[in-house]
Design a protein around this ligand. Structure first.
Ligand code: ATP
Length: 192
């Protein structure tokens, strides 16, 4: 089965685009959601995170996500460490998920598909694009966060130019172009 990656900057609309692929019966693995799930459900991962960040990063067995975000988005070394705990757990979870799928191809959605290196095992990459200002305002509205907080997250990611140069298909989600025809076109090409 073909494994296709889908990524884009924060607030570009990756998840929104994936919903369209799902409507075409394409299974989507949401790596960021898997990471969030495992951080609250994988005993092995929880242990590693507690050992490094301290037990009080969890309260009543639930990760304090805001506290963790506050730490890692202000310290790239700690973000790197967190990723080194989460990525292998997500990779195992993905392999299990993959073996249960039956479709012409699957999508793996991740914000840091390139930064994590996981793009290397994917056949093609779809890149969702939207202007930075629009992305910032979407995320501020969706997550109720400040502009500074969004910018910090953007600054932890690779540049658009670098990511685009490694991608194969592009979706313009600037709200000036219709999404569905773009998705259908790519779906047809990949399904061939
Ligand atoms: P993140 O990297 O933070 O996970 P994302 O790339 O998955 O973000 P989405 O969550 O899909 O982005 O979109 C960000 C916000 O912008 C959401 O609230 C979504 O509803 C909105 N949005 C995305 N695309 C469009 C669009 N074409 N028109 C209007 N709103 C949109």
């Amino acid at each position: 089965m073909k494994q296709i990656g889908i990524t884009g900057g924060i607030g570009s609309g990756k998840s929104t685009v994936c919903k369209v692929f799902e409507a075409l019966n394409i299974p989507v693995f949401y790596a960021d959601d898997a990471g969030k799930f495992l951080l609250n459900n994988s005993p092995e991962l929880i242990e590693k995170v507690k050992t490094y960040f301290g037990d009080d990063i969890y309260s009543s067995n639930q990760l304090n996500r805001q506290k963790l975000a506050q730490i890692v988005f202000n310290d790239s070394q700690k973000l790197l460490m967190l990723n080194s705990f989460v990525h292998p757990a997500v990779a195992n979870f993905y392999e299990e998920w993959l073996s249960a799928q039956n479709a012409p191809y699957i999508l793996k959605e991740a914000a840091i598909l390139f930064e994590s290196g996981s793009y290397k095992s994917l056949e093609k990459i779809i890149y969702v694009k939207a202007p930075e200002e629009l992305r910032i305002s979407r995320v501020m509205k969706r997550d109720n966060v400040t502009r500074t907080e969004v910018l910090k997250r953007i600054n932890q990611q690779w540049s658009d130019t670098k990511k685009e140069s490694l991608s194969d298909f592009f979706i313009d989600n600037s709200e000036l172009k219709l999404l569905i025809p773009q998705v259908i076109q790519i779906h047809k090409t990949i399904s061939q």
